[in-house]
Design a protein around this ligand. Structure first.
Ligand code: E4P
Length: 249
């Protein structure tokens, strides 16, 4: 067996807060979870402030339960972040609260992450670009897990597309692979790597073999993954010949 076979383990999350898109990919049988963030909510037409976000989150969480829905907090102030995360966590059993690894000035939000995990709240540490950020997030999660009997899955989101824009796709691949090796080497449990910022079908193909547990894919990229001009041509040929064959019966 290929010794790199564990690099292929992968689930697909839908990177969208659009109900119709989520329903579509559930009906395709390929939705293992959903991720959102404030930008995605805006793009998906979520209105009505926090109440609007709550209603949309509850609706998506219900659609995909028991699979996870990531909902991002809207503050980078540590105290407010804790309170907001605790509140969002009550919206549904399958919510994972997204917290950025640092605040806008680069200040650590690891205390928030550690605390939330220790309270039994599932956390998705987001907006990470580097190996160092990811392993520090994993350590904080692991320390939080040691303080609770709750065994929820936690996530570390590496924004591979944004890494690629600056350093190339291979660098993103390297970060993902090394973080996975690090998690496995230390036998960390209940922590899964999400590949974020997926931009193209080529990204999907490359990062499916990166060691990440999950790729979160925007609907428009996911739709493109299915289409091939030669497949369409082949289907036309089959349909034409099927109709000729039927006429000969
Ligand atoms: C997923 O969890 C992320 O929020 C998302 O993939 C970010 O992608 P972006 O780089 O397009 O903002």
């Amino acid at each position: 067996m290929n010794k790199d076979v564990n690099l292929y383990i992968m689930k697909i999350f839908i990177d969208s807060a659009d109900i119709k898109e989520v329903e579509k990919y559930i009906s395709w049988g390929i939705c293992d979870g959903v991720t959102t963030n404030p930008t995605i909510c805006l793009k998906s037409g979520v209105t009505g402030g926090e109440e609007g976000m709550k209603q949309r989150s509850i609706e998506i969480a219900r659609l995909i339960a028991p699979q996870p829905l990531s909902v991002e907090i809207t503050t980078d102030d540590a105290e407010q972040a804790l309170n907001q995360a605790r509140k969002y966590n009550t919206w549904a059993d399958n919510i994972s609260v997204k917290v950025t690894i640092t605040d806008k000035n680069g200040g650590s939000l690891l205390p928030v992450i550690y605390r939330l995990v220790s309270e039994g709240i599932s956390v998705n540490v987001t907006a990470m670009m580097t190996f160092n950020q990811a392993i520090l997030a994993a350590k904080a999660i692991n320390a939080g897990l040691a303080k609770t009997s709750a065994r929820k899955t936690h996530f570390i989101s590496i924004f591979a597309g944004r890494v690629s824009e600056e350093h190339g796709v291979e660098q993103a691949q390297k970060v993902l692979k090394e973080v996975r090796q690090w998690l496995d080497f230390h036998n960390y449990k209940n922590i899964e790597i999400i590949v974020g910022s997926v931009r193209t079908p080529e990204n999907v193909e490359l990062w499916s073999k990166s060691g990440a547990h999950i790729l979160t894919i925007p609907p428009e990229v996911l739709a493109k993954c299915l289409v091939s001009a030669r497949t369409k041509e082949t289907v036309v040929q089959f349909l034409n010949d099927a109709s000729k064959a039927m006429q000969q019966l």
